[in-house]
Design a binder for this molecule. Structure first.
Ligand code: MN
Length: 371
């Protein structure tokens, strides 16, 4: 058997205890925050001002330990919220470090009330710090930073940076009525750039694409996820935000990655061929800022591999999406061999680990050797 590659997954998840918020929210918010409830045979998170969020069916036969691990949700692996269990799974799969995003906590982005929303984020971030920040060599948890109120978002980003977080998430699209090219967000970009903390934009946050109910709805909505990210990338690159904050790093997560090449070519064409209309006049073509400061995760999609002459290899980050059932665990080694067949070895190494290691400060030489 050939040796395993040392992989870094740029998009993994934790299954948080679904009772986290009802246990930890400040008293003033507790009744309005997420509560675990049963409705129509499902465990659901019930949240003020939002539709119930289904977690799992009540009559599952294999709950047992899953409850203790804090889930009971479909697809829960024993490593979900247990660092030792995760480490065992990582070793088996050849993953030496992982960036960790929420599962249930993705709801936070949708909470309408800014105060309640930030309170929910702080509860999640504190729990995440307690659970994962003790092993910075292998775990890179991403703090949740909601943006409905920029001063409090900036304060929370500063707080989590102080706690030791090296990654944070913002919504894929900004709150309704705002745009990411508006100066109101500059204080946030300044903090992220100064701290060297990449900001991730994970699918399922921001404007909800699950809007089409007619013919083709499921496919249309799934495809639109990547299109929303493409639009957001253009706002950052063409507007001069990336030029004004050269230390800012953006990571587009689980959105497919084939749109990146399209954006690079299309933005550059406008920038060069329609120069008379272009404001601001950037020092470089928009795609240069993308190559320098933007990243996308990829799973088994081929388009980003086939278009890497356009985007460069630097923005591409492999991800397994562990422990979600659609991810590549426990067959990540085989999947990587298959999707990168024919790609030069130095480029494969960059995409499956080197790029993420450089972005998040992972020392691949010191990382435990895969078994
Ligand atoms: Mn993900």
């Amino acid at each position: 058997m050939t040796a395993k590659r040392a992989l870094v997954s740029a998009d993994n998840h934790v299954f948080e205890p679904p009772t986290l918020w009802q246990e930890r929210l400040p008293r003033e918010y507790r009744d309005r925050g997420p509560r675990l409830a049963v409705a129509d045979g499902w465990y659901v998170l019930a949240i003020e001002g939002m539709p119930d969020r289904k977690l799992s069916r009540v009559e599952r036969g294999d709950r047992g330990d899953d409850d203790a691990a804090g889930g009971g949700a479909g697809g829960l692996r024993h490593g979900g919220a247990d660092p030792d269990g995760r480490l065992a799974d990582m070793a088996a799969d050849g993953v030496v470090a992982e960036v960790i995003y929420p599962t249930f906590g993705l709801f936070i982005d949708m909470v309408p009330d800014p105060g309640l929303q930030m309170a929910c984020a702080r509860v999640y971030n504190d729990w995440l710090a307690e659970t994962f920040l003790h092993r910075p060599d292998v775990f890179i948890p991403a703090a949740v930073v909601p943006l409905r109120d920029v001063p409090s978002a900036r304060a929370e980003l500063e707080r989590v940076v102080g706690l030791g977080f090296r990654a944070a998430t913002i919504p894929t699209t900004p709150p309704e009525g705002t745009r990411y090219n508006q100066p109101v967000f500059d204080p946030l970009w300044a903090v992220a750039a100064e701290a060297g903390v990449p900001l991730s934009l994970h699918t399922g946050t921001g404007a909800l694409p699950q809007s089409e109910r007619g013919p083709g709805g499921a496919v249309i909505n799934y495809a639109k996820v990547g299109l929303l990210s493409a639009e957001t990338l253009c706002y950052f690159a063409a507007s001069g935000v990336l030029e004004r904050f050269p230390g800012l790093r953006l990571v587009f997560v689980e959105t497919g990655a084939g749109w990146l090449a399209y954006c690079c070519e299309r933005m550059d064409e406008a920038f060069e061929e329609h120069e008379a209309w272009v404001r601001p006049k950037l020092a470089m073509a928009p795609s240069e800022y993308v190559r320098r400061q933007c990243f996308v995760t990829l799973g088994a999609d081929r388009a980003p591999i086939l278009t890497r002459d356009i985007t460069g290899v630097g923005p591409l980050l492999w991800a397994s999406d562990y422990p979600h059932p659609e991810g590549t665990f426990p067959e990540s080694q085989q999947v990587v061999e298959r999707i990168f067949a024919g790609v030069p070895e130095d480029e494969v190494r960059a995409i499956v680990g080197g790029n993420a290691a450089a972005l998040y400060g992972v020392d691949l030489d010191r990382a435990p050797a895969p078994v």
